[in-house]
Design a binder for this molecule. Structure first.
Ligand SMILES: NC(=O)c1ccc[n+]([C@@H]2O[C@H](COP(=O)([O-])OP(=O)(O)OC[C@H]3O[C@@H](n4cnc5c(N)ncnc54)[C@H](OP(=O)(O)O)[C@@H]3O)[C@@H](O)[C@H]2O)c1
Length: 353
C-alpha cells in the first residue's frame, strides 16, 4: 500500500490523544491528518506534546469545521476519539455524519465511555446526563480485543484501562469455569489515568509518595466491566472493585481474587491462562509476579496467578495510556481497517521508564 489512510484524533491536548499521535507516527498505513482541539485550534501540536516534535514539526490543532471538510473529501478515514465522556458522542455523530453525507467510509474507535453501553438509558443512569447520540449506539461494540475476534459493528468503543486489566484477568476464570462469578478486584493506577488537568485529588503533591483508595465498591466503570464480561462469557459476574491511586505516572496493576470451583494448583492455573491467551500476542502469562515497569508505555499486558487450594489470585499489569486506551484502540482500528492487529504496536516496553 502506498497511500496512507488519514487519521483524525479528537481530544486535542489530552494525554490519550498524545499517545494516539505517538502511535500514529509509527504506523505504516496511517497518517495524522488532523487533531481536534476544543481549546486551542491553530496552535502547534508540538507545543502541547514536546516529545512528539520530531514526528509533527508543523502540524497544528484543527477546529471542527476543518475536520468535517476533511472527512467529506476522504473516501476512507480512521477517526479516534479521546474526548471526554459526554462530549465525545456528539462530536463523533457530527463527524461520521459529514463522512456519510459525502458517501465516504470512516471507522471510529471511541476511547471515552460514551459508546460502552448498549442503550442510552443505561448510560444515562450511570453518567447522569443525556446521551449525545443515542441513534449511533447500535453502531458500536464494546469489548477487549482479546475477547472478541472481530467487531460486528463498523465502530468500536474501547472499554478503558481499569476495565481492560480487570477483564484480561477475570474473563478466563469465568469462561473456563474455574471460579464462581463473585470476583474481588484491587486496582492501582498511575497519575496519567486522571488526564492532563490536575485536580485536588490528582495533583502531583497529593499523589507523590502516597497511596490511597477511591470510589471503593462504587466506581462508575464497574457496570461497563460487567457488561464486557457478559459479552465474552455469557455469565453475569459480580465485580467488587476497589481502585487506588499509585505514585507513578504510567501503568495499572490489578489483582482479581475468586473462589475456585474445584482445587487446582498454581501451575495448573498458569497453564489454563496461557492456553486461553495462546493466540493473543499482546498478553503474556508469567510464572513470576508481573511488574508495571515491564509493560509501561507498551501495548503488552502481563498476567500471573497463584492458588491456595480454595482461592485464586490473578495479577495483571498494563499501560493505561497504551494498551488501556490508545494502543487497545489502535488494535481495534487495525482490525476495522483490515490490517494485522499488531501493526504499529509491537515495540517492546523500554523497561526503565
Ligand atoms: N487517561 C487514561 O489513562 C485513560 C484510559 C482509558 C480511557 N480514557 C478516556 O480517554 C478520554 C481522554 O482521557 P485523557 O486522560 O486523555 O483526558 P485529558 O488528558 O483530560 O484530555 C481530554 C482532552 O479533551 C479535550 N476536551 C475537553 N473538553 C472537551 C470538549 N467539551 N469537547 C471536545 N474536547 C474536549 C481537551 O483538549 P482540547 O481542549 O485541546 O480539545 C482535553 O485536553 C476520556 O474519555 C477518558 O475517560 C483515559
Amino acid at each position: 500500500m502506498t497511500e496512507r489512510i488519514p487519521a483524525i484524533v479528537l481530544g486535542g491536548t489530552g494525554y490519550v490523544a498524545g499517545e494516539l499521535l505517538r502511535l500514529i507516527a509509527g504506523h505504516p498505513h496511517l497518517e495524522a491528518a488532523a487533531i481536534l482541539s476544543d481549546s486551542q485550534p491553530g496552535a502547534p501540536v508540538a507545543a502541547a506534546f514536546p516529545h512528539l516534535r520530531s514526528a509533527y514539526p508543523r502540524l497544528k490543532f484543527s477546529g471542527l469545521e476543518e475536520i468535517e471538510a476533511l472527512l467529506r473529501g476522504a473516501p476512507r478515514s480512521a477517526l479516534f476519539s479521546a474526548a471526554p465522556h459526554g462530549a465525545a458522542a456528539g462530536l463523533i455523530d457530527r463527524l461520521l455524519g459529514a463522512s456519510e453525507s459525502a458517501g465516504n467510509r470512516t471507522h471510529c474507535v471511541d476511547i471515552s465511555a460514551d459508546f460502552r453501553y448498549t442503550s442510552a438509558a443505561a448510560y444515562e443512569s450511570v453518567y447522569k446526563h443525556a446521551h449525545g447520540a443515542p441513534a449511533r449506539i447500535r453502531q458500536f461494540t464494546c469489548a477487549v480485543p482479546e475477547h472478541l475476534a472481530s467487531s460486528p459493528t463498523p465502530h468500536v468503543a474501547h472499554p478503558g484501562c481499569f476495565a481492560t486489566a480487570t477483564l484480561l484477568a477475570s474473563v478466563p476464570l469465568l469462561a473456563l469455569g474455574l471460579t464462581d462469578a463473585r470476583l474481588f478486584v484491587t486496582g492501582i493506577t498511575g497519575s496519567t489515568g486522571s488526564g492532563r488537568k490536575p485536580t485536588e485529588g490528582t495533583h502531583h503533591p497529593q499523589r507523590h509518595s502516597d497511596f490511597y483508595s477511591y470510589g471503593a465498591l462504587s466506581h462508575r466503570h464497574v457496570p461497563e466491566i460487567a457488561a464486557c464480561a457478559r459479552l465474552a462469557t455469557d455469565i453475569d459476574a459480580e465485580f467488587n472493585f476497589v481502585p487506588h491511586s499509585g505514585p507513578f505516572a504510567r501503568g495499572i496493576h490489578v489483582t482479581v481474587q475468586a473462589s475456585l470451583k474445584k482445587p487446582i494448583d498454581s501451575a495448573q492455573a498458569l497453564e489454563a491462562l496461557a492456553a486461553y491467551y495462546a493466540d493473543c500476542r499482546f498478553v503474556k502469562v508469567l510464572d513470576t509476579a508481573p511488574r508495571v515497569k515491564d509493560v509501561a508505555t507498551s501495548s503488552y499486558a502481563h498476567l500471573s496467578a497463584v492458588t491456595n487450594g480454595s482461592s485464586i489470585a490473578v495479577m495483571a499489569v498494563l499501560d493505561n495510556l497504551n494498551k488501556g486506551a490508545a494502543g487497545g484502540g489502535m488494535q481495534w482500528m487495525n482490525r476495522l481497517l483490515g490490517f494485522d492487529e499488531g501493526t504499529g504496536l509491537l515495540a517492546p516496553a523500554p523497561g526503565w521508564t
